[in-house]
Design a protein around this ligand. Sequence first.
Ligand code: FAD
Ligand code: NAI
Length: 495
Amino acid sequence: KGFFKRLQRITGYTSVAALATAAYFVYDANHPPEQLPPDPSKKTIVVLGSGWGSTALLDAIDTTDYNVVVISPHNYFLFTPLLPSVTVGTLNGRSITQPTRYMVRYKTREVQVVEAEATKVDVANKKVTFEDKSEIYGNLGTVEVPYDYLVYAVGSENQTFGIEGVKKYGNFLKELGDAEEVRRKLMDCVEKASLLGQSEEEIDRLLHFVVVGGGPTGVEASSEFRDFVRDDLSKWYPAVSGRVRVSLIEALPNILPMFSKNLVEFTENVFKENEIQILTKHMVKDVDEKSVTVQGPDGKIINIPMGMLVWAAGNTARPLTRDVQAQLKGKQTNRRGLLVDGHMRLVGAEDSIFALGDATATDLAPTAQVANQQGAYLASVFAQLSRADRVNSKLEEAKRFGAAPEEIARLERKLKKMLDISQFSFTSRGAMAYIGHENAIADLPWGSVQLSSGGVLTGVAWSSAYWSLLFGIRSRTSVALDWLKVRIFGRDLTV
Ligand code: FAD
Ligand code: NAI
């Protein structure tokens, strides 16, 4: 009896605490605090991009000592690991975004958010030019923003190897609009295949979804397509769902080269069960409106009819990045991206530009994990630089007013110590990927060894891990509700 009474009391206290916490979050989310205005006497940091690297920086940076300006064509952060789920409507695209303003509104000093594309970085004169390309009519034209420090985190663009048809007829999977376009096109293909009076050949073509690139993006996209066919199309489009085919084309002998061999085999088996065709050692040479031209392992060229093509064949540097490289000729020599030193300073512009994430060419893979850690590291660098600036001002003052040589020497030692900033070091948290039918694979570091696992339990770990990594309670709630909605009602079928 005593035990139950105690349990009742604990539960009561816990519920009150949970309700109070929830009320606090709701209040806090709706009552952003007063902020300090921009201060012309402080240094200005211009941040290019609102992706993984920039967002981690903005999340951790102390704006007391800086004016911060963020320039990005998107006024939000996109949680890319769950982007493939948007292609079939498992998740609503807006659920995995976080408006940049939500985050910066809680900073000590006001942060300017500019929704525009940076079109030029003038490395020598420390200026960024941006252009308002919004559809809304305006006469802003181009605007120049001077900076003391530039954080260059514009990511990368899709590598197409000069195949013209990719951009014209294929779909990418990098941005929110890409995933939404894939969903629309996929449903359009299914509806078109369901129209009466089509030839058998045309129906088969429309229902063939081809994914190019056996990296994690391509594998996750094909898996989502197949889930959609099994869970939803089979119920609502019984006449055509059995004819849907999903093919994954990869130039190398294996898919997922970054995962352990046993997980690659596991994925191949799951794909076989889920009827996803894997064509390794097949290199895509051309893409047109209705087919993809591929060179097989024997050198023979084959033409594969398809209704929709998703191109996930890797990254390349953006034109803006190439322009920065051109301004630092002889110092920026890597075609993959920008070269940086151990402190993420741009080689050739070490005093003013930091670059991070997919825009750089380092020994690390271009992943969210890397960009995220680099962004957080840069915030700590800026904190140390502002402390060093304060010591430097004291030092100059001491010199100006003829302070004792011991005091000047002490301040000089202090400044030197402050500028001795440790280099960036990456801690791998492993790799995970969704492979369909509730399965996922994971290579996780465990001390000095690596644990590999695959299956439905890993699938649960995959969804829990990414759910907990989402930025903010709003996103977590939206994603949880989307998952619940799909469990109860299935995925949305509207075109
Ligand atoms: P991004 O996050 O790409 O951000 C670049 C930002 O720059 C964007 O806000 C963009 O709008 C902006 N920008 C572009 N051009 C300009 C311009 N001219 N001026 C100003 N701003 C500009 N990695 C993982 O570790 N785990 C995963 O599970 C994972 N899943 C992924 C799934 C998909 C579908 C994709 C595409 C990638 C995935 N990645 C994953 C990789 C990860 O998303 C990238 O490595 C990461 O986004 C890189 O961060 P970034 O800040 O360098 O660039
Ligand atoms: P990727 O570079 O990892 O893979 C692209 C693949 O396309 C390569 O295997 C390449 O051989 C193949 N390819 C290129 N051209 C081809 C052609 N013409 N024909 C056929 N195949 C061709 O690209 P991806 O998957 O977009 O990943 C980019 C980065 O993002 C990687 O670092 C990856 O680790 C990371 N990422 C991580 C995820 C995760 O951890 N779950 C999910 C998605 C991306």
